[in-house]
Design a binder for this molecule. Sequence first.
Ligand code: NDP
Length: 323
Amino acid sequence: MTKAIRIHATGGPDVMQWEDVPTPEPGPGEVLLRHGAVGLNYIDVYFRTGLYKTALPATLGMEAAGTVLAVGDGVSDLAPGDRVAYAGGPLGGYATERTIAADRLVKLPDGIDLTTAAAMMLQGLTAQYLLRRTHRVQPGETVVVHAAAGGVGLIMCQWAKHLGATVIGVVSTEAKAELARAHGAAHVVIGHADLPAEVKRITGGAMVPVVYDSVGRDTFMPSLDCLAPLGLMVSFGNASGPVPPFDLGILSAKGSLFVTRPTLATYTARRADLLAAAKDLFDVVLAGAVSIRVNQTFPLKDAAAAHAALEARQTTGSTVLVP
Ligand code: NDP
């Protein structure tokens, strides 16, 4: 048998239950993994609350790192004992063992342990596509990063600085501001009430070419007001709730702005893109340009406590669940 955190209904953290489920057999093209570490991500909250839909009962979790136990028919590039990780699902990560399609797995280089891998795959691959593809950050640019002390945020601050950009981080507390500064944010704004005015002051009136906004409802409009003409609003999360429908005319009035609502799933749907992004991520981590901060660990069976901390904005950096 396998142990898993499952939900039978959507709701608060207490809908998560630690249950026995039969260990699955790997089908054609699949492998059976034993998880060494499971990543906690805000998307897990969206599935638990029902903001994102899935069939029930469901095992939560989009990201983990572990060891291959067995391979199904047709899997030739992986073997028992290989260390691998995945990010982006399908759901089923909150388990001691699981099956998954071999083509969603990435082999881990020697220098990356399972805990670091589980902490960085989903958040790091997200930082990769946001900074290298959604908008290709150029040296000398100034960019705004919301939730700058969070999992995605601390990786983005370091990576954007490494690319030669000046980061304006947005956080909710002075302690988080210090953390963001220590990880590459040149400027930090606490709260979003005065964000456009602060960005105007910091940039000498030029404003910024791109805002990376994972907070959603609370920050969408202030974020638009931080953009230079033709700027790009990257709305990639809903920590405060989804962005409500808005009048497209706002984009013309504020300077012919662009808006995108990207997902990691789109950017890594092709295996070649997944492997290229993972290589880019492993390179910056192994070179020391980006360090992965595992600032919280919880036993997997206590996933409810981890969710409560994440939703209460008590976590910083990445959080790992230990099976
Ligand atoms: P974080 O560690 O960043 O945690 C969320 C942070 O959001 C909080 O710590 C808090 O920081 C901030 N926040 C602002 N308003 C709220 C609120 N009302 N309730 C709770 N938190 C709030 O999480 P992750 O690194 O896992 O994810 C960051 C964001 O990126 C999420 O929105 C997630 O959905 C999104 N994401 C999107 C992906 C995509 O491809 N589209 C992929 C991966 C992540 P503070 O206290 O400083 O405000």
